[in-house]
Design a binder for this molecule. Structure first.
Ligand SMILES: N#Cc1c(-c2ccc3cc[nH]c3c2)n[nH]c1N
Length: 240
C-alpha cells in the first residue's frame, strides 16, 4: 500500500518512522511518502494561506497551492482523505476498509482549513472523504494523519507479528471492548490475577474473557451493545 501525506509540518509525521509502521516502511509493506505543501508554493515567501472571503478570524489555505500538490501526488486509484472536524467519524471499520485500498492520500489542513473548492474539485475526479477523529477541535490534520496511518498500516498483512492479536481487540469483529489483561507476577501490591486465568481451563478462560468484554462494554460503551444483534447475547450474561 502507498500512503501520501501532504502537510506544512512534515516533521509532525516523524513518529511514523518508529516501531511497527517504521518496520513496515523499511520492509516495503508500506510505501509512506510525506510531502511539504510549501514545495508547491509560487512566491518567495512560500505562502500557503490567505484571508477568508466573507471575513472572520484566521486564514484559509489556498486552493491553487493544494491543487498543484494534489495534481502531483494523486494517482487514478487514489482515495483522497481530508481530516476535518466536519468529517465522517473514523472508526475501526473505516480502518479495515481503507486497509484494502491501493493508495491513500492525506491532505492535512491548518489554520481555518483548506478552501472548500479543493474537495469539490477532486470529488469530481476521484474518491474523496472528509474524516474526523472525534468531537473535539485540533489545530490541524496531522494528528489525524498519524492516527489513520497507524490504524490502517497495522492491519496490512505482515505488519503485526501475530495476526491473532488483531482478533480480540477493542472494537474488533465482535464489536466489544477488549477484556482486562494480566501478566506475572500472579500477585502484585495485594492485587491477585483472577484465578480462572491461572486454571489452564481454556473454555472457562474464554468464557470469562467474553463476560468481561461484555461487562466492560455495557459499563463504558452501551452504545456499542445497541449496535449488536440482540440475539447474539443475553443481558442476563452480565448478571453476577
Ligand atoms: N480530523 C480531524 C479533526 C480536526 C481538524 C482537522 C483538520 C484541521 C485543519 C485545521 N483545523 C483542523 C482540525 N479537529 N478535530 C478533529 N477530529
Amino acid at each position: 500500500m502507498r500512503i501520501d501525506v501532504v502537510t506544512i509540518f512534515p516533521e509532525y509525521l516523524a513518529p511514523l518512522e518508529l516501531s511497527l509502521v517504521g518496520k513496515a516502511r523499511t520492509s516495503g509493506l508500506l510505501d509512506l511518502r510525506v510531502h511539504d505543501l510549501r514545495t508547491w508554493t509560487d512566491d518567495r515567501h512560500r505562502t500557503v494561506d490567505d484571508t477568508p472571503f466573507g471575513g472572520g478570524a484566521g486564514m484559509v489555505m489556498r486552493p491553487d497551492v493544494w491543487g498543484r500538490a494534489l495534481d502531483d501526488v494523486l494517482t487514478p486509484e487514489a482515495h483522497l482523505l481530508v481530516p476535518s472536524p466536519a468529517g465522517a467519524p473514523f472508526t475501526q471499520r473505516t480502518a479495515e476498509t481503507w486497509a484494502t485500498e491501493q493508495h491513500l492520500v492525506l491532505a492535512c489542513g491548518r489554520y481555518e482549513g483548506i478552501d472548500s473548492r479543493v474537495v469539490e474539485h477532486y470529488a469530481a475526479r476521484t474518491r474523496v472523504t472528509e474524516v474526523s477523529l472525534g468531537d473535539y477541535v485540533l489545530n490541524g490534520g496531522e494528528v489525524a494523519a498519524l492516527v489513520v496511518v497507524e490504524a490502517v498500516a497495522r492491519l496490512l498483512p505482515g505488519v503485526v507479528g501475530n495476526p491473532a492479536s488483531l482478533v480480540e481487540e477493542s472494537h474488533g469483529a465482535a464489536g466489544l471492548l477488549e477484556y482486562p489483561v494480566y501478566t506475572k507476577p500472579p500477585s502484585w501490591q495485594g492485587h491477585d490475577v483472577p484465578e480462572v486465568l491461572l486454571s489452564g481451563h481454556h473454555a472457562r478462560i474464554a468464557r470469562w474473557r467474553r463476560d468481561e468484554a461484555l461487562r466492560r462494554t455495557a459499563a463504558r460503551r452501551p452504545d456499542l451493545l445497541e449496535a449488536l444483534d440482540a440475539g447474539e447475547w443475553d443481558r442476563h450474561d452480565l448478571e453476577v
